[in-house]
Design a protein around this ligand. Sequence first.
Ligand SMILES: Nc1ncnc2c1ncn2[C@@H]1O[C@H](COP(=O)(O)OP(=O)(O)OP(=O)(O)O)[C@@H](O)[C@H]1O
Ligand SMILES: [Mg+2]
Length: 523
Amino acid sequence: MSNPEGVRDRSAATKPGRSDDPPVGLASTVESADDAIITQDLNGLITSWNAGAERMFGYSPREARGQPISILIPVDIQEAEAAICKRILSGERVNHYETVRAKSTGAKMDVSVSISVLKEKSKIVGLVTIARDITTRKRGERAAYLLEKRGQEELEARTRQFNAALAKANQELAEHIELLDLATDAIVVLNTTGDVVFWNQGAERLYGWTRKDALGKSPQVLLQTDPPLQVEEIQETLYRQGHWECELTQTTRDGRRITVASRFLSRRDQAGHPSGWLQICTDVTRRKNAEQELRGLSGRVLTLRDEERRRIARELHDSAGQVLSAASINLALLERQVVGLPPKVSRLISESSNLIEQAVNEIRTISYLLHPPLLDEVGVARALRVYVEGFSERSKIKVALDISPELGRFSRDLEIAIFRIIQEGLTNIHRHSRSSTAKITIHKSPTELALMVEDRGQGMILPMIESGDGNGTRLGVGIRGMRERVQQFGGQLVIRSGESGTAIECRFPFAESDKSSAHSSAV
Ligand SMILES: Nc1ncnc2c1ncn2[C@@H]1O[C@H](COP(=O)(O)OP(=O)(O)OP(=O)(O)O)[C@@H](O)[C@H]1O
Ligand SMILES: [Mg+2]
């Protein structure tokens, strides 16, 4: 070690004259240490000062030695530090501690200090201080602390923001729920297993079950939904088309059966996976009942009209027809009995006779069209053959008839319905289709009667007919009348139309009672 100003070992500190000549060994270890190793005598004066002390505090050994140790201690902690030294000198053991020291520049630095007594021949001669500069560590700790504090503050700020957003979302949700509750419709949200997770006040009002009653339950079971929809079926349909509409019958809490128009809308979570569905149900029971009543009423109107037609046909035939026939006979008698009539009178009688015959024929045709007499007597099959023959002759449209040979007889109302539907179908073909041929099929199976009127004409604009929306065009009563007649018997009418023609198909289901009365009612 080449530092003559350096630290002396303990023995060296007590031997003046040899202080600049430190022995190798302990002194060199002290000298080369990174830490500041400083000794002081009992008066608090610095007696040795190693290179580490010089690096740390900025004083050279020459400057430091002989100075009070307090030059290294900031004024505000000098008293406390003196007390510590006192405690150590009195034999108390003080563990190393962290404190602050002053550099020669006056700058403060964080140090870790350990102080112990310095003895010589068992006698305390001073203190030895080992100090380590921990400014970097402290700075790191402070930075870490600040970082942590900032992280904490940021976290708190974020938490505050999140809470505010959550409160806002809750508020919005509450408002949405309030809006959903205002809706008159029943709005129900279901999870993937088909159980209720939301039930608005509309649903409470419609079904009588409270939200609490319904949550977690299946509406299929709770409301005895008919048709009973399978969860898989709903999900499969929603997966394919996103929404679904149908009419359902359900039971309210007080046992009423109601009809609802139900709309299903699929729900997806943020990842896009199906998370259940939304079901909105509107009570259409009153509308359904009104429709039913209306259908009954129009059925009744049709029946009354048929009866009225039958009466008028008979009256025309029996009264006007008979009177005119009598008049025709009288004229013939007159012509035969009175001889030598002036040719002008004779011509008048003959002309009148022709006019009367024309009137009789017209009355007969009108009476026939109003109510085909054969219908009541020989049944719809034969009455149709006669009617179709006349129609073909007048219209020049070739009509093929395919009627089950074992068709038999039906109730008077059903036979009239069949006849009128075919009559209207053929009239439409004649008026609108431009087809030169037509086909009529009537088939009977154990469960239903199917009838079809087809042509090979230009077709019709189906959506307009189906929706009943005239869109500026006048819609007739013909097809509507057909539909009503079919519905009166609980049947279905389907129209297919395209470039190759039109087909009107009607299906009348047989109720048990119809089947038994089908052959007997030949009224
Ligand atoms: N066979 C058909 N071919 C082509 N178009 C048809 C046919 N039948 C009906 N239509 C079209 O459908 C419309 C509605 O028919 P519908 O029988 O209801 O009324 P209409 O025949 O016009 O009048 P109404 O029957 O009251 O005298 C017709 O106006 C016509 O445009
Ligand atoms: Mg018509």
